[in-house]
Design a protein around this ligand. Structure first.
Ligand code: 6PG
Length: 256
């Protein structure tokens, strides 16, 4: 069911299971289109817990999703990473490897992990930016254009590692930064809004009543990217859409 809000198209799925099936279908169709157009699919994964069931579905549902994805032509990236080694329980890379990457035929050199094991988070961010610039072979002036970017939403309306009160939402030149996140007492490494916003397709996936207030604030609250960082995600030439389940949409008033 498609509902429109003032900001971006909003799709509401009845529950979390149907939410991930709908997003999986979106990914398959975007991948088919990207491979037709460019011979590859550049896919930016989000972290946290919400995407885990989506990743498992892509890897395991053989008839509906797995068989339709062009695995050898997909390049995987991360929108953000915790400042931990890749085998750490908190690692977004580890979650994606355990739920998806270890089970599908993706070439190792197509998995572009953030080197978050580096004790210097700023150096890890600079290294990842070099990786991205090399991959997209921009002439230094250009920006990358990812085919698909998955975004989650925290209860505090953060997305990627853009947290309330953090200057990351105002970054205009760097592709990857390493903000200190006071509430978690740690550094994070994250792509910046200019990089995310130029993607062909940015898809927020949000589930559960615990996110309902954040969804309302981001989509219907005052515009304030310092307070609601997910508002810094804005389509710049591509599409930005929200996939939420009914529980996460429960406080929206403008859903028609
Ligand atoms: C991370 C994510 C982050 C996440 C939200 C929602 O590294 O944690 O990139 O932005 O998407 O915090 O996380 P949950 O899905 O666990 O609620």
């Amino acid at each position: 069911m498609e509902e429109l809000t003032d900001l971006h198209p909003l799709h509401i799925a009845p529950d979390a299971r149907q939410l991930v099936r709908a997003v999986a279908e979106d990914i398959v169709q975007a991948a088919e289109e990207a491979v037709r157009e460019s011979g590859r699919f550049t896919f930016v994964l989000s972290g946290g817990s919400t995407p885990a069931d989506l990743y498992r579905l892509l890897a395991n549902d053989r008839e509906t999703f797995r068989a339709r994805l062009p695995w050898p032509k997909i390049h995987f990236f991360w929108g953000d990473e915790r400042h931990v080694p890749p085998d750490h329980a908190e690692s977004n890379f580890r979650m994606a490897r355990e739920t998806l990457l270890a089970h599908v035929p993706v070439p190792e050199d197509h998995i572009h992990r953030i080197p978050a094991e580096d004790p210097d988070a700023g150096r890890a961010a600079a290294e990842y930016e070099r990786t991205l610039r090399g991959f997209f072979a921009t002439d230094g002036e250009g920006w990358p254009r990812f085919d698909f970017v998955l975004m989650g939403l925290g209860p505090d309306a953060h997305t990627a590692s853009w947290f309330p009160g953090n200057p990351t939402v105002h970054e205009r030149s760097r592709w990857v930064v390493a903000p200190w996140v006071e509430k978690h007492d740690t550094f994070r490494i994250t792509m910046t809004p200019p990089v995310i916003n130029r993607a062909a397709r940015i898809v927020f996936v949000v589930s559960g009543e615990g996110k309902a207030e954040a969804v309302r604030a981001v989509l219907e609250g005052e515009r304030d990217v310092d307070r609601y960082p997910a508002q810094a995600a804005r389509a710049a030439g591509g599409a930005l859409l929200w996939w939420v389940d009914a529980a996460a949409a429960a406080l929206l008033s403008r859903v028609r």
